[in-house]
Write a protein of this length. Structure first.
Length: 408
């Protein structure tokens, strides 16, 4: 009999339609729990669902539990899954309450609570930046006195770079702390700033062991990319994963997965490498955002959404990555917000990189621009693939140097 999988929150992000599609292709019976009225769901999502249940809020673990319990009474539920970090813990709580396999509450909590995560990993010998959870200005000043500036402040369960502040002095520290609610009962994460290159290590883990692994790089680091309009942010997924130069990173990623008790799950881990060596940053028990799995699909001759489903449903992958292409995404932003009035350099760029583009977005004249904090798949962007990683980087840099968005 087919496994019955409940997928929670497929209406939160368009990538989750592909996760649901993968489950159907793996032969599962798929019921979804979401908060969007059924008649407003994407038809492509509905096409892959056997049943849909609406709840008032996906941030209410009790509402999810009641919905899944009712679903289970009609047809026994085998698995509960989600791809969304904001509800990973809620889903784990429901999973444990119903006695179902999958990510535990402990692991989900450690993947969401940044200070607790780093404390557990330091205990396991994983190199991390100094960090703490603080709820008062006094605790914050004591940390700053001990570790020095610059520092990073962010919510304890921050999503990506949202709410993250780099502070250089006491005045900036106190301003950021007030914005995050320190002194009003809120606890936030404060960390030592780590100088160096930033990237990520993504896996599909099966019983605590990666059966798929991918490595990508940010150019420049995330905080600069989301605050400086003059840079053209790039993400590059290497096809050199098996080289010895990545061995330390791969070994650290495996230690992190084991230390946090992550069994069978997608994972997204960020890291730094600089003067202090390799340092762990944070991990989520979910796929990466920005549809980065699509980069891995395009570079490795596989459907990673289907691979995730095969690991979840059947306990095994069906393919291994070819590593045929390095892939990347480059975004160009206007110097101010407004409406697109035209482009400079577009023809030159098309002539140079055209054969290597597998996806792109070039808003038409008159289209409104997006604020730069919205992420990497906004405004004008190109996704490329090339057999040589260094050539890929050169092409993305060419786009960033030559393309100009004119704004009215």
């Amino acid at each position: 009999m087919s496994k019955h999988v409940v997928f929670v929150g497929p209406d939160l992000f368009n990538a989750y339609t592909d996760m649901v599609r993968g489950l159907k292709q793996a032969g599962a019976l798929v019921t979804a729990v979401g908060h969007t009225p059924r008649d407003r769901l994407d038809p492509e999502l509905l096409r892959h669902l056997d049943h849909y249940v609406r709840v008032g809020s996906l941030l209410d673990a009790g509402a999810i539990f009641e919905a899944v319990r009712d679903i289970d009474r009609v047809r026994s539920v085998d698995l509960i899954e989600t791809g969304d970090e904001a509800i990973v813990l809620h889903v784990a709580q429901v999973r444990e309450a119903l006695g179902l396999p999958g990510l535990t509450v402990r692991s989900a909590t450690l993947c969401r609570d940044k200070p607790a995560m780093k404390a557990a990993l330091r205990e396991a010998g994983v190199p991390c930046a100094a960090s703490a959870a603080v709820s008062t200005m006094r605790e914050l000043h004591e940390f700053a006195l001990r570790e020095g500036f610059p520092l990073i402040l962010k919510p304890r369960s921050a999503l990506g770079g949202l709410g993250t502040h780099r502070v250089e002095n006491v005045m900036e520290l106190e301003k950021a702390a007030r914005e995050l609610g320190v002194g009003t009962g809120k606890s936030v994460a404060v960390e030592e700033f780590i100088e160096g290159h930033e990237g990520f290590y993504d896996t599909l883990a099966l019983d605590g062991e990666p059966v798929h692994e991918y490595i990508s790089h940010y150019y420049p680091k995330v905080l600069e990319a989301l605050s400086n309009r003059r840079v053209a942010p790039q993400i590059a997924a290497t096809n050199r994963v098996e080289l010895d130069s990545y061995r330390e990173l791969r070994e650290m990623g495996r230690r992190v997965i084991k230390a946090l008790g992550i069994g069978t799950s997608a994972t997204h881990m960020e890291w730094f490498f600089g003067p202090k060596g390799m340092k762990f940053s944070e991990i989520g028990a979910r796929p990466p955002g920005e549809r980065l799995w699509d980069l891995y699909c395009a570079g490795n001759d596989l459907d990673l959404w289907a691979e995730w489903a095969n690991v979840i449903v059947h306990g095994r992958p069906s393919k291994q990555p070819s590593r045929r292409f390095a892939t990347g995404s480059v975004q160009v932003r206007p110097q101010r917000d407004g409406r697109v009035a035209g482009y400079a350099g577009l023809r030159e760029i098309a002539a140079k990189i055209g054969p290597f583009v597998f996806d792109r977005s070039i808003p038409e004249r008159g289209a409104p621009t997006d604020p730069i904090h919205k992420g990497y798949l906004n405004n004008t962007w190109f996704r490329l693939r090339h057999p040589d990683y260094d050539t890929l980087l050169e092409m993305m840099a060419f786009v960033g140097d030559r393309l100009e968005i004119r704004v009215a």
